[in-house]
Design a binder for this molecule. Structure first.
Ligand code: GLU
Length: 474
């Protein structure tokens, strides 16, 4: 049997990182098995679903580097891939269920339902209506929903991750599968779609485990083959409760994938980090490229217990990827953050130099402006008292004068020019080692330590270096 899996988000907002992890695992699993990865848009919540949300969803999944074999944007043999475009199918199968006695029209009014809810829920009162009773309700103008007849039985199924799961359905009231307006409920649409789309493995968060027995009884009633089920453990927030917007706000980490992108996280770091939640590679290796993850994706290695989302670890990993990535790529990604912070960052070569000096400090690219002040300003700020004192010593002032004289004799301050200038100052003043280098570093950067000095002054440029030192002499 060929592997066909799907990611089925609702286009009702931004993409939550818990969902991203589900998407990632489905994707890796599909690619590992040379199967198909399908994108299905579950847009039946008419009030909350928007087109923009779907567009954004597709854009962010592409940003992550994913491609799908079938989906709303690229089509496929078992489409359409938006649920609102599949209403006729839901109608057809609902009729089949009614005809075979597995479902029925229910005319209970909203007021009646509210009352029933207080008494413990819907009591299956319209299960056996006669045609006359139905006609009478319709004559009153009531619009029926279609309810599924829940069999009085125990359902046992084997989940790849959870093992055997048994649920007794005796107390479950008959549930709605089609609303009066013809829009299906989640569980029903999910069954029709997974079956017709020939999904082989339903891999989703274990918050859906309670839905699976309901879905299974519909598979049985419709005569569809069951897919395999794999319910992945939830991701926990810092509090140890479910990862949520509230936890994210409380502990100050982003919850939506778009926010991570906007802060300058790299997609490969996010995929790598999220794939390690409740899963580990056989070798125990943690830094894994997408190809390695695909090669290693093994559904049987997904653990039963929930893992905690650890932003520190993600930051560490993202920093690793930033340092390893192609420097020009990082420079291009860094440019907008520098520009937004008001730095003149149009020159890609210069930004590349800056990035090569500063990326070791970064966890994500939005942090880069904090590290580049020393490359741009005419006037440097002393980082502390100690630095200010060093710059004011007689030795430092002597060095600055010699440096300024030396600068007059060179055209561009390359790292090599800088080094030979330092040598000649050493000769002419007799000052050397730390006594020479520390005042120069402080005079040119305001800091007692920082990135490579020769590279830094080359980025800063001759003129700005001269301006900085002139101020040190005042
Ligand atoms: N639209 C559902 C969700 O986002 C899909 C659940 C499923 O995978 O069956 O939770």
């Amino acid at each position: 049997m060929s592997v066909r899996v799907r990611f089925a988000p609702s286009p009702t907002g931004f993409l939550h990182i818990g969902n991203v992890r589900t998407a990632i695992f489905n994707y890796l699993f599909a690619r590992h098995h040379n199967g198909s990865f399908i994108l299905r848009i579950e847009d039946t919540d008419q009030e909350r679903s928007t087109k923009e949300s779907e567009t954004r969803l597709i854009e962010i999944l592409k940003w992550l580097g994913f491609s799908w074999d079938e989906g709303p944007d690229c089509g496929g043999e078992v489409g359409p891939y938006r649920q609102m475009e599949r209403l006729a199918l839901y109608q057809t199968y609902a009729q089949q269920l009614i005809d075979s006695g597995h479902a029925y029209y229910c005319y209970t009014s909203a007021e009646e339902l509210a009352q029933l809810r207080e008494q413990g829920g819907y009591d299956n009162r319209h299960r056996e209506l006669t045609l006359e009773q139905q006609q009478a309700f319709e004559a009153e103008g009531r619009q029926p929903v279609v309810r599924f007849k829940v069999p009085d039985q125990e359902i046992t199924f084997t989940d790849i991750i959870k093992g055997n799961v048994t649920v007794n359905l005796t107390d479950l009231p008959d549930f709605v599968i089609l609303r009066a307006n013809g829009i299906p409920t989640y569980n029903y649409a999910c069954v029709i779609d997974d079956a017709l789309m020939k999904i082989s493995h339903v891999i989703r968060g274990d918050d859906h485990l309670i839905n699976t027995p309901k879905q299974i009884i519909m598979y049985h009633a419709l005569g569809f083959d069951l897919p395999e089920f794999a319910h992945m453990p939830m991701i926990l927030g810092q509090d140890g409760s479910k990862l949520s917007k509230r936890d994210a706000e409380k502990y100050g980490y982003p919850i939506y994938l778009e926010q991570y992108r906007d802060r300058g996280y790299l997609p490969e770091a996010i995929i790598n980090y999220l794939s390690l939640l409740s899963w580990s590679s056989e070798s125990g290796e943690e830094l894994l490229s997408l190809d390695q993850l695909i090669a290693e994706a093994d559904i049987h290695r997904i653990g039963k217990s929930a893992a905690k989302f650890d932003i520190q670890k993600l930051n560490w990993m993202n920093g690793m990827y930033i340092r390893e990535a192609d420097i020009t790529r990082i420079a291009r990604l860094a440019q907008p953050y520098l520009q937004a912070a008001g730095y003149p960052a149009d020159d890609l070569d210069q930004v590349t130099e800056i990035v090569s000096q500063t990326r070791k400090y970064l966890e994500y690219l939005a942090q880069i402006p904090e590290h580049v002040g020393l490359f741009f300003a005419d006037r440097v700020e002393f980082e502390n008292e100690e630095a200010a004192k060093i710059a004011q010593t007689e030795t430092a002032q002597t060095i600055y004068r010699a440096f300024l004289d030396g600068l007059e004799t060179i055209d561009t301050l390359t790292p090599d020019e800088f080094k030979s200038l330092m040598k000649s100052i050493q000769k002419s003043t007799g000052i050397k080692g730390k006594n020479l280098w520390m005042p120069v570093r402080v005079g040119l950067t305001g800091q007692t330590h920082g990135p490579d000095l020769a590279a830094t002054v080359a980025i800063v440029g001759k003129e700005t270096c001269a301006n900085r030192l002139k101020r040190m002499l005042q």
